[in-house]
Design a protein. Structure first.
Length: 189
């Protein structure tokens, strides 16, 4: 439980930190400069150019975002050929919703892990109870006198018996389904 609280604290600290980009951004992906200039001697211009800015949607185009970056490397004719090959998109996302969805998913996974641990701890108790129905009686007078302690023990035993009965029933159903699907190739109704 301590690890869960630590991980949640760390999650909230990161959730409050600033993201790499804002929720609204302009992203331009352009071809390499060597594909426009037909020069392959310079290794730095053979990779695609990607630039992300915070420009508004009406200024999210190659002329505004990319030409300032590559103006000194291209001549006028190459600039006219460069921009039509660029893909500029204005992206709008809501990181608050994404953050809360991630938190909900982490909570659900945490609850399932705790439930699994509970079942792992409970399973040996149920199997011991089912296998060990025989109890040695040393003093019959203590067993015959009902009291608050024996009532609590019988209630707990009753609950464990019901849980183990349901678990056995479920295991039989799973075995039957497996046999029907893999052996007979039929489905249960």
């Amino acid at each position: 439980m301590k690890h869960l609280w630590i991980s949640l604290c760390v999650l909230f600290v990161f959730a409050e930190s600033q993201a790499q980009f804002d929720d609204k951004r302009c992203k331009c992906i352009c071809p390499s400069l060597s594909s426009v200039t037909n020069k392959t001697d310079d290794k730095t211009h053979t990779e695609r150019l990607i630039k992300t800015t915070n420009d508004p949607p009406n200024k999210c185009n190659c002329e505004v975002v990319m030409l300032a970056v590559v103006a000194d490397k291209l001549n006028e004719g190459e600039m006219r050929e460069f921009c039509p090959r660029c893909n500029c998109k204005y992206e709008n996302r809501n990181t608050t919703i994404i953050r809360y969805v991630v938190i909900i998913v982490i909570w659900v996974i945490s609850i399932l892990v705790v439930y699994m641990l509970f079942l792992i701890i409970l399973d040996p108790l149920l199997n011991k109870r089912v296998k060990g129905n025989y109890q040695e009686h040393t003093n019959e007078e203590e067993d015959s006198q009902p009291g608050p302690m024996s009532h609590n023990m019988s209630m707990r035993g009753n609950v464990l018996n019901r849980v183990s009965t349901q678990q056995d029933k479920w295991k039989r159903q799973v075995k039957e389904q497996r046999r029907n699907i893999y052996d007979r190739h039929t489905m249960l109704n």
